[in-house]
Design a protein around this ligand. Structure first.
Ligand code: UD1
Ligand code: CA
Length: 461
């Protein structure tokens, strides 16, 4: 595919200059987020899969904001200062087009177009033909209508809704806006476009009538799903496309064998890679790149961002894990919080209300209840008692705690970092440990227990 497209010299132009008033936002429309990526990024990512020679993005309204947010030097940015129509937008990019090759026109606010549909369009259309993506809608109002010759049924023009006659408005086949046109024709036709129509705009769609006039064949292709060509104009449509997108993700996962408790209740805002026999309960959110290896189980209401979970580990409900690596056979949660820079080895248990940050926990070690482990290296077979806290911060700097193999830390212990708890240490519950401990000894720091007899509780005055 790559070499084939290179040879034909495919340019993709993404129109993204429009205002997007109905979003009621200070943010450019194409920068709104769908599935963790901006609308425009979806279109750029899909475009890349076609290996084009060049991707041009036409920006206008909030152009600087768009360019900055996308932050991609490999794109060619074209300015359209005034939005005088889709044809005018293309005129601004005309100088970027070589003499031969083809140009595919996409839209920054139409995020769910399938790469297969575009590949289909590319393979259907030869260098001396034009390609057009159309759909049939029950309610075609607002769209440009595909007007066909009554005898031959060949397309003769596209008529915008506002310019259409009553009879033309009955037509249910509409223009999606997505077109594939040889550069040589664009160079010839763009200068011919006028703005003599109801909207006073330069319509790109008028090139179709010019093609017909020159007897150039127009190939019409339709997408598999109508939602592929739906645009986002307001927050309601954005939310609708979000659900469609998530449903697509869910279907793809299930086809690969992932068990989803409810495909309507999963959100993937990045990439989720799953091996075999993975199961995911309801209302989980996956951000960034998440990898779940064989047999991993994710409980309900978990949040995972940039995480790898090795085989046969279980993440119990309401756990929050970010930028971490979870080893094989671990049991995490419920209500665990694992923060960036954490690496858990095999068969580690991290239980409820335990927070782990920038720490490594060795094989078979456990911290099951109400703990904070920060900037800590924990060896193998360590038991961290309930309520144990590493005091890693002195108000200015962070310090490390090292807990060696086979340590047992009694409940409610404070470890004042920097500190080393040597191999085999036992720490008595309720201790505040300020100095390194010797190996295999019991260390504790407790005030002697005293009882005062005859003591009276204070009374309310
Ligand atoms: C356009 C088509 C119509 C089609 C419909 C599909 C034309 C004349 N009409 O109509 O046939 O059915 O899309 O949704 O092409 N844009 C710019 N610069 C401009 C104008 C538009 O970048 O000067 C961008 C917009 O940001 C938007 C896209 O082009 O992403 C479409 O523009 P819009 O005004 O929505 O076109 P429609 O009138 O809906
Ligand atoms: Ca539109």
């Amino acid at each position: 595919m790559q070499t084939q497209n290179k040879k034909t010299g495919l340019t993709i132009i993404i129109l993204a200059a429009g205002v997007g008033k109905r979003m009621k936002s200070s943010k450019a429309k194409v920068l709104h987020i769908l599935g963790g990526r901006t609308l425009l990024q979806h279109v750029i990512d899909t475009s890349r899969e076609l290996n084009p020679e060049k991707i041009c993005v036409v920006i206008g309204h909030c152009g600087d904001q768009v360019k900055q947010e996308i932050n991609d030097q490999s794109l060619c940015w074209v300015r359209q200062e005034k939005q005088l129509g889709t044809g005018h937008a293309l005129m601004q990019a005309q100088h970027e087009l070589t003499d031969d090759g083809m140009t595919l026109i996409l839209y920054g606010d139409v995020p769910l177009i399938h790469v297969e549909t575009l590949k289909n369009l590319l393979s259907e259309v030869r260098d001396n033909q034009c390609g057009l993506l159309t759909v049939n809608l029950n309610d075609p109002s607002g769209y440009g209508r595909i007007v066909r010759d009554t005898k031959t049924n060949e397309i003769t023009s596209i008529v915008e809704h506002k310019d259409a006659s009553e009879i033309q408005r009955e037509i249910c086949e509409v223009n999606t806006g997505i077109m594939l046109i040889p550069n040589k024709y664009l160079h010839r036709w763009l200068p011919k476009l006028t703005n003599e129509n109801t909207q006073g705009e330069y319509y790109l769609t008028d090139v179709i009538a010019l093609a017909v006039k020159e007897n150039i064949q127009i190939k019409i292709v339709q997408p598999e799903y109508i939602y592929e060509v739906l645009g986002v104009n307001d927050k309601k449509q954005l939310a609708e496309l979000e659900r469609i997108y998530q449903r697509e993700n869910a279907n793809e996962l299930m086809e690969k064998g992932v068990g989803l408790a409810d495909p309507a209740r999963i959100d993937i805002r990045g990439r989720l890679h799953c091996d075999q026999d993975v199961s995911i309960d309801i209302n989980c959110i996956f951000e960034g790149v998440v990898e779940l290896q064989n047999g991993v189980k994710i409980g309900a209401h978990c949040f995972l961002k940039n995480v790898r979970v090795a085989s046969n580990s279980t993440i119990q409900p309401y756990s929050h894990i970010e930028s971490a690596e979870i080893g094989h056979d671990c049991i995490i949660g419920p209500f665990a919080r694992i923060r960036p820079g954490t690496k858990l080895m095999k068969a580690v248990h991290v239980g409820n209300f335990v927070e782990v940050k920038n720490s490594q926990i060795g094989k078979g070690s456990k911290a099951n209840h109400l703990s904070y482990l920060g900037d800590t290296i924990v060896g193998e077979n360590v038991n961290v008692g309930a309520g144990t806290i590493t005091c890693n911060y002195d108000g200015a700097n962070k310090h490390q705690t090292i807990i060696e193999d086979d340590v047992f830390i009694g409940s409610d212990t404070q470890l004042i970092a920097p500190i080393r708890i040597s191999k085999g240490t036992t720490i008595g519950a309720g201790s505040t440990i300020t100095r390194d401990t010797p190996e295999n000894a019991l260390t504790l720091s407790r005030a002697k227990q005293i009882s005062i007899t005859g003591w009276k509780r204070p009374k309310k005055s």
